[in-house]
Ligand binder design. Structure first.
Ligand SMILES: [Zn+2]
Length: 132
């Protein structure tokens, strides 16, 4: 379950920062490595900060597992991926790389999708091939 950030409510309560910790199922369509699938949900540990102009900065780490066959030797392989994620959400007109939010609430789905895509390696290697 992906939580949302109720920005206007948080501002009204003067809670300008917070942390979010949750897991979600990544879209299998994001993964384009032959014989490899997500081996776990994505674990997200995020912190957010709300600024005076109501823009919201979200940053943290995403952790998940890839499982399948080594892209080089086809042996069974599994690897934990850990990646930094960072995004800025604005209520008005976004600049490059910014996300828009509406109705006073930041929805994280698109940001998480982009961040998972960014975190994905080009291939999965088994322990033996990785050492070579
Ligand atoms: Zn291998």
């Amino acid at each position: 379950m992906i939580p949302a950030i109720a920005v206007l409510k948080a501002v009204a309560e003067k809670k300008y920062a917070g942390e979010l910790s949750f897991s979600f199922e990544p879209d299998p369509a994001l993964l384009d490595i032959p014989y490899v699938t997500f081996g776990s949900p994505v674990r997200a540990e995020l912190a957010y900060e709300i600024f005076e102009d109501n823009s919201v900065e979200v940053r943290g780490t995403l952790t998940f597992t890839l499982r399948g066959l080594c892209s080089r030797c086809l042996a069974e392989a599994e690897r934990e991926i850990r990646s930094e994620a960072e995004g800025v959400f604005v209520a008005g007109k976004p600049e490059d790389d910014e996300y828009v939010y509406r109705g006073g609430t930041v929805e994280l789905s698109e940001f998480l999708r982009d961040s998972v895509m960014f975190a994905l390696p080009q291939r999965l290697l088994c322990g033996t091939c990785e050492e070579e």
